[in-house]
Design a protein around this ligand. Structure first.
Ligand code: FE2
Length: 520
């Protein structure tokens, strides 16, 4: 590789030489080379994954250098290295920065084509802690409006990590789901994305959003995909929005293209050996929590039953996780208990707590309700192994819900004490996608009335809301957790406002949520 003068900067800075750098560079050039920002992800106690993308070269190999420092001025460099990228991975670049200390904030930057990237901030996992804060989000749709939610999270300095629970982008053409023309946010290419080139172009466009860039720059992310990173209501062998007769091609070719682009463009550790599509993995935060990330979408999911087909939703052959991931999950939960970890936390896509209609029947076959046998096996395992304090974090539905997770909310469960509950499920609303209730009913009052009726039919739910977009913050301590919902007033214009909407507190050992008076 070509070593230019700037590539020696890190060494010189460590030796105490003060060289002019970022501010001496032309701003436009930095924005051109690092047009998609910087990101970090999948932190461990001693390492973190760094991500960027180099624009402006058509070379087969482009050298990229990275540095991690203790200070935001990048003087005290503690880890550095170099590698290459090229067209085979769409000029995206990942490196793992090793040799870091646990529970520590670091700063990082890249250098490529003679330019330096913006300086990012990240944090390693703690080895020993009695307090952790995680933000979690899902469903960021460019054509529905602005990512004000990402900006609010970027502004926070109280977070250990940000979880993205899927629908990081959407596959539709403009007006397929949202009209971006009025915001200058029409999706590119303007078609339903099906090929590797399509998926790469869509990822690249999302990563030009300044609010998205800022939240990635300032927090480490832990990401999993849901369906729209591939296509709507995907399952292992197909998807609602995949039609071979409309020349969308072979499902597995499309799925592999979407997954390849995802691994290229997201700050996620890539499974080895490729082409494994494994995203299920665990992050340990001292003795306080194990964050167990699941793939309920691609690796094991049987095709969904039809809406309202209660018998189909209960069919014993249906699986949500697949055998291999399900056995792995039980192993992880057993390991969490054996290690004396207080809170097992599942980061995943679809609502685990039941959602019953007025007749007491489950509704949505895309959620855990549609895979009742899988859910019952998990409950049986928790019961037989005496594992409590389960916390489930969910995205997907563009609605806010907080609930206990009983087998049946109407029998063998006490909504006053939580007796009969296996854990709690907190559902974050979307970054920008509207709820189906909002699209169908059109106004806040009608949405609120329908949510009120659903709360009445579901005594295990303590909170529900389906009008606002926003995010959640999960605050964990040994004796209790609290989940807080924050809402933004609009996504149709840029806004710097947010408000705390609700909180639910869970005392250790109860598996039962209680409404909180204020944020944690
Ligand atoms: Fe979504």
């Amino acid at each position: 590789m070509t070593m230019n003068r700037r590539f020696f900067l890190g060494t010189s800075a460590r030796a105490g030489l003060v060289l002019p750098f970022a501010r001496a560079l032309p701003v436009l050039a930095q924005e051109q080379v690092f047009a998609h920002g910087v990101a970090s992800g999948d932190p461990l106690t001693d390492r973190v994954l760094l991500w960027t993308r180099v624009s402006g070269s058509s070379d087969e190999r482009v050298a990229v250098r990275w540095q991690v420092a203790r200070d935001s001025g990048m003087q005290d460099v503690v880890s550095e290295g170099e590698g290459t990228t090229g067209p085979g991975r769409d000029y995206t670049f990942k490196a793992t920065a090793p040799g870091l200390k646990p529970g520590t904030t670091y700063h990082y930057r890249f250098e490529a084509l003679g330019e330096q990237s913006p300086i990012g901030r990240t944090k390693t996992l703690p080895r020993d802690t009695d307090h952790v804060r995680l933000a979690f989000v899902s469903c960021s749709n460019l054509p529905f409006g602005y990512f004000n939610v990402y900006r609010r999270i970027a502004e926070r300095d109280d977070l250990d990590a940000v979880l993205h629970l899927g629908d990081y982008l959407y596959e539709y053409p403009n007006r397929g789901y949202g009209d971006g023309t009025r915001f200058g946010r029409a999706p590119e290419p303007n078609k339903e994305i099906t090929t590797l080139s399509d998926y790469r172009t869509r990822h690249a466009q999302y990563k030009t959003d300044p609010d998205l860039q800022e939240v990635h720059r300032l927090h480490p992310f832990v990401c999993v995909w849901d369906d729209h990173e591939i296509t709507n209501n995907a399952y292992t062998d197909g998807a609602q929005n995949h039609q071979i007769e409309e020349e969308e091609g072979d499902w597995f070719v499309r799925r592999t293209a979407a997954v390849k682009a995802y691994f290229e463009w997201m700050p996620i550790r890539e499974p080895e050996p490729w082409p494994s599509q494994r995203t299920w993995r665990t992050f340990r935060f001292g003795k306080l929590l194990d964050l167990i990330m699941l793939d309920t979408r691609l690796v094991g999911r049987s095709r969904q039953a039809e809406w309202g087909d209660v018998e189909g939703m209960r069919h014993p052959d249906r699986t949500l996780l697949g055998d291999r991931q399900e056995r792995w999950l039980y192993g992880e939960l057993a390991a969490t208990k054996a290690a004396g970890i207080r809170w097992p936390v599942l980061g995943q896509q679809v609502m685990m707590g039941p959602m019953l209609d007025a007749d007491g029947n489950p509704q949505n076959p895309d959620q855990w309700d549609g895979y009742e046998t899988s859910r019952n096996r998990l409950f049986d395992f928790l019961e037989s192994e005496r594992i409590g304090n389960l916390v489930v974090l969910t995205g997907d539905v563009h609605q806010s819900w907080g609930m206990d997770v009983p087998r049946n909310p109407l029998a063998g469960y006490d909504p006053d004490t939580g007796a009969g509950s296996y854990g709690v499920d907190f559902v974050a609303t979307a970054v920008s996608s509207p709820s189906s209730k909002l699209r169908r009913l059109g106004n806040e009052e009608a949405v609120a009335a329908e949510v009120a009726a659903e709360l009445a039919a579901n005594p295990h739910k303590q909170f529900g809301e389906a009008f606002h977009r926003g995010y959640c913050v999960l605050d964990l301590k040994p004796d209790r957790i609290q989940n807080d919902w924050y809402f933004v007033p609009t996504v149709e214009e840029k806004s710097d406002q947010q408000r705390w909407a609700a909180g639910i507190r869970v005392a250790s050992g109860t598996q039962h949520g209680v409404r909180a008076d204020g944020p944690a």
